[in-house]
Ligand binder design. Structure first.
Ligand code: AMP
Length: 404
């Protein structure tokens, strides 16, 4: 049953969202993307005539209540976004929270204080989860960013809502888009994997091997692949303990008939700086004292050709140090060719913190099929892991993941 199939009329809906937004030193929200992402879910609950009890974490408080991590800083902005009064309770459990939740009328909103002010939240404590469950009669999880954690509010709380639980709109969209590329992707299916390290992406590459037609490798991790093949990489980023892994990936790709595209040339610099001297060279012959910080023009052309001919694209990780103007060309070119492929009917999913940052930098977010909001959660899903927060909603009966 989909989120939109539920009717929340007269329901008190306990909603887990991801309002983990960045705040400046005056507690002003500097990026409200995550808050906006939860609006469809909250608006549907209100429009149905339900009331919403919103719970979230913010940052990583270590010592209980810490002013800078209080969700009270979000109340006025949330109220603006929803065009509605938002009540606030300075605790997420207890008598006061229960009283405020029980007094909510149809269409009203209550935001609870940061869940992580209780250490029981991240411990996945069942008692704490039970206390949370007393606040509502229906549970909705819309926090994809924390769906890979078996925390009290993301997972354990679902134990107390057998039959009365659902994904929210955002979480449902995230899973559907991931399933679209993982379950029955239209071929050719290209995975573009970039970013800093092989070690961070190896499980994703392994899990995709029997699903994709092409894998493009870019970013810092490509130099480990070049070294594995006997290339000279100067002072480029390398993980010497992943050289055998890189070799294994090359062999596996051959075995699975996957076209593995590794850059053939690279933009090099004599320092890790936007102002460094730069040049372009064959990626197998990087001079000593120079490092590769972006893919070169030949690689851009090769990769563009693969990307624009794809029917499904999954992009995780930049092609170079795109944060610096001198080394953004490769990432930018790939971003534009993903857009072009999408225009031609390709399904494109962009995910993982830095590729999302890149696509946003070039303001192309609305020109690709789906931009995922969850970094770690998305990676784990792509690795083939079942996310606790997803199991908790799917499973009909109660369950126990970790009790403390
Ligand atoms: P990840 O979080 O693993 O996706 O890595 C993203 C980071 O990798 C970005 O901050 C990039 O600046 C960085 N990166 C990409 N290419 C390189 C490179 N050639 N050398 C060093 N860092 C890189």
């Amino acid at each position: 049953m989909s989120f939109y199939d539920h009717n929340f009329s007269d329901k008190k809906v306990l909603v887990r969202v991801d309002f983990n937004v960045p705040l400046d030193e005056n507690f002003k929200i500097t990026d409200d993307t995550r808050m906006k992402a939860a609006l469809p879910t909250l608006n549907k609950i209100i429009a149905d005539g339900g009331s919403a009890i919103i719970m979230s974490h913010l940052g990583r408080p270590k010592m209980g209540l810490e002013e800078k991590f209080s969700l009270k800083h979000l109340v006025s902005h949330l109220s603006e976004l929803l065009n509605k009064e938002v009540k606030f309770c300075e605790d997420s459990i207890g008598e006061k929270a229960q009283k405020m939740a029980s007094e909510l009328k149809s269409g009203e909103i209550l935001l609870l204080e940061n869940l992580r002010f209780h250490k029981h939240e991240t411990a996945g404590n069942l008692y704490f989860a039970e206390e949370l469950s007393k606040l509502g009669d229906f549970y909705v999880n819309d926090a994809f960013g924390t769906a890979h954690r078996a925390h009290a509010s993301t997972t354990m709380v679902a134990n107390f809502f057998t039959g009365n639980k659902s994904f929210g709109n955002l979480l449902e969209n995230e899973i559907n888009s991931l399933e679209k590329v993982l379950s029955a992707p239209k071929k050719p299916f290209t995975a573009i994997i970039g970013g800093a390290k092989v070690s961070g992406k190896i499980n994703v590459i392994e899990n995709l091997m029997d699903k994709v037609t092409d894998i493009i490798i870019g970013g810092g991790m490509s130099y480990t692949f070049i070294k594995a093949q006997g290339g000279k990489i100067g002072s480029s980023l390398v993980e010497d303990n992943q050289i055998s892994t890189a070799k294994e990936i090359i062999e596996k790709a051959e075995k699975f008939g996957v076209n593995l595209h590794i850059p053939s040339d690279t933009v090099i610099a004599d320092a890790f700086s936007n102002e460094a001297n730069t040049d372009e060279c064959d990626i197998f012959h990087i001079p000593d004292g120079w490092m590769g910080l972006d893919i070169g023009q030949k690689s851009i052309e090769q990769f563009k050709e693969v990307v624009t001919n794809s029917s499904t694209i999954l992009w995780n990780g930049p092609m170079g140090v795109f944060e610096m103007e001198s080394f953004e060309k490769g990432t930018k070119a790939i971003a534009y060719s993903v857009v072009e492929a999408t225009k031609n009917g390709c399904y494109s999913l962009i995910g993982g913190g830095d590729s999302v940052a890149a696509i946003n930098k070039y303001e192309l977010g609305d020109k690709v099929s789906y931009v995922s909001t969850g970094g770690g959660a998305m990676l784990e899903y792509l690795e083939g892991k079942e996310l606790p927060g997803v199991i908790a909603i799917k499973q009909k009966e109660g369950f126990r993941l970790n009790e403390n």
